[in-house]
Design a protein around this ligand. Structure first.
Ligand SMILES: Cc1cc2nc3c(=O)[nH]c(=O)nc-3n(C[C@H](O)[C@H](O)[C@H](O)COP(=O)(O)OP(=O)(O)OC[C@H]3O[C@@H](n4cnc5c(N)ncnc54)[C@H](O)[C@@H]3O)c2cc1C
Length: 477
């Protein structure tokens, strides 16, 4: 079909997913216009945006293997830092490192979200996409495919197109418009916790405590600090804690007289992190300057309407960041979308129908697992029973081999198995390991005969049913 006959596409939001899907469509010959609420973050005078680091995993990186865009993955790895495992920092200052895989090649990658976004914007433009900055979506006329954008002057611009892709993030205006038209409904559940950025200065990279290839975690029950390396040797730290209430919350630790409160709090719970963060003076300054971000889960009943509109990324399925899969799943949305576009030869109604059918259960499942991981990272990593179970999983993998037994974590972040299948397999793994851990004291004493029987009768059939092949090399991108 000549490109002139392809539907004209409006993408709402020039974030990570909006830029990737628009580049994919433009490469495939579609006329794509992207409308972004904020100004161009690549401009020298741009102020704003969040400084967070993201973890890209094999699942998300694999989704970048799209014809015409093959160079993207290698380009991104040049501006990313490998993360080979988790480093737990105890209250006493003890360090425990756990590798993610059998060797350092089996790793994740830490990347600055804004650098990733800038790169994807430029790639989208190189593919022929036009990005219209400072255009915030206000309303959508779904039946007639007209989007109304407000520009800086306050004027509203009407844009006619054939179809609209909502890639405008967790607070999606496209999703709200769909609900106003009665074609979907959704829930937005905010966590009681929020997050705040704190920077570890460059000179920490030489410290023994802060190896650059680890995700550093200070888990303290109701609050925690995480640190991820940047290319220049500094680390971006993210503090998670309740937004309000009690003695330990952002509300309780903020205010004019908070210097002493913060000093007491850090000395009691994060004493080893104080020098790494540059001292109490610097911590207090950043604490008071940086905003508290919100965290939440969006579950959308219907992600599409006829061939008129479809939601991708956070606009359909914003999740809490504790599995590091928000962006990865958004990239996977784009790959699925591309494959369906090919399968249905550009018939958008069929693409949107099947996309919703495949990705909605996956989105719901990763939302559930991310919430579970929130509890796991905050509380359970310091819980003896939990640690025993994780070690038993390690024993099972090394005894039976990764082609017979693997934990849920690598399945979520590295494999391409649908998240909803992984969620189901994860329940079976947990049942098996819980049974094996009853009355167990030392992981090495686990009953391997019983384990074999449980794997054969419970795990293997579930893997087969879900079409999950544990012998695949999930790291070959
Ligand atoms: C603290 C934290 C840590 C995270 N860590 C990870 C991680 O390690 N790994 C991972 O995979 N994910 C992580 N995520 C999630 C990840 O950031 C998101 O999943 C990802 O950014 C979603 O991309 P998106 O393009 O769908 O939405 P966004 O990145 O939110 O982009 C939406 C775009 O739409 C624009 N927009 C919004 N409203 C309008 C409007 N009305 N009109 C026009 N444009 C509009 C916005 O300005 C923005 O540019 C993390 C998130 C947080 C908060």
């Amino acid at each position: 079909m000549p490109s002139s006959q392809k539907p004209t596409v409006v993408v709402c939001g020039a974030g990570l997913v909006g830029c990737l899907i628009s580049a994919i469509l433009a490469k495939d010959g579609y006329e794509v216009n992207v409308y972004e609420k904020w100004g161009d973050m690549r401009a020298k005078d741009f102020v704003g945006g969040r400084s967070i680091n993201l973890v890209l995993t094999a699942r998300g990186l694999r989704a970048l293997n799209i014809p015409g865009l093959e160079g993207m993955r290698d380009d991104l790895l040049k501006i990313a830092t490998p993360v080979t495992g988790r480093m737990m920092h105890s209250v006493e200052g003890d360090l425990t490192y756990t590798a993610y895989g059998k060797d350092p090649e089996e790793c994740n990658f830490s990347i600055s979200r804004s650098e990733l976004n800038k790169y994807l914007m430029t790639e989208a433009e190189k593919s022929g996409v036009k990005i219209h900055f400072s255009h915030g979506l206000k309303k959508v006329d779904l039946k007639n495919s007209v989007a109304h954008f407000e520009v800086a002057s306050g004027e509203v611009v009407d844009v006619q197109c054939d179809t609209i892709l909502g890639c405008d993030g967790g607070g999606s205006a496209v999703r709200y418009a769909m609900r106003d038209h009665g074609v979907t409904n959704f829930t937005e559940d905010l966590l009681p916790d929020g997050y705040k950025e704190l920077q570890f200065p460059k000179d920490v990279s030489g410290c023994e405590d802060m190896r650059g290839d680890a995700l550093h975690i200070w888990a303290r029950g109701t609050h925690m600090l995480m640190g991820l390396a940047n290319l220049d040797g500094s680390f971006t730290g993210t503090f998670y804690m309740p937004k309000t209430g009690g003695k330990v919350s952002f509300e309780a630790l903020t205010g004019e007289d908070n210097k002493q409160k913060l000093a007491d709090f850090f000395t009691e719970s994060y004493s080893d992190a104080i020098p790494l963060l540059g001292g109490l003076e610097k911590i207090t300054k950043e604490w008071n300057a940086n905003p508290v971000g919100i965290l939440g889960t969006v579950r959308t009943e219907m992600w599409k309407f006829e061939d008129k509109v479809c939601l991708l990324g956070d606009s359909a399925h914003a999740i809490v960041p504790f599995f590091g899969q928000g962006c990865n799943s958004g990239f996977e949305d784009c790959l699925t979308f591309y494959k369906l576009l090919k399968k249905h030869e550009g018939n958008l109604k069929s693409v949107y129908d099947e996309f919703h059918g495949l990705r909605k259960p996956a989105g719901d499942a990763i939302a559930n697992m991310a919430l579970e991981n929130y509890i796991e990272m905050r509380d359970l990593v310091a819980n003896e029973k939990f640690i025993l179970k994780k070690r038993v999983e390690g024993v099972l993998t090394s005894h039976f081999g990764p082609e017979v037994f693997r934990s849920r974590y690598p399945m979520v972040v590295y494999s391409s198995a649908p998240y909803n299948v992984v969620e189901k397999v994860g329940v079976v793994i947990d049942d098996i390991v819980s049974e094996l851990c009853e009355d167990l004291k030392i992981p090495e004493d686990v009953d391997l005969e019983m384990a074999k029987q449980l794997i054969d009768t419970k795990l293997s059939p579930t893997l087969k049913e879900g079409n999950v092949d544990l012998s695949e090399d999930w790291h070959s991108l």
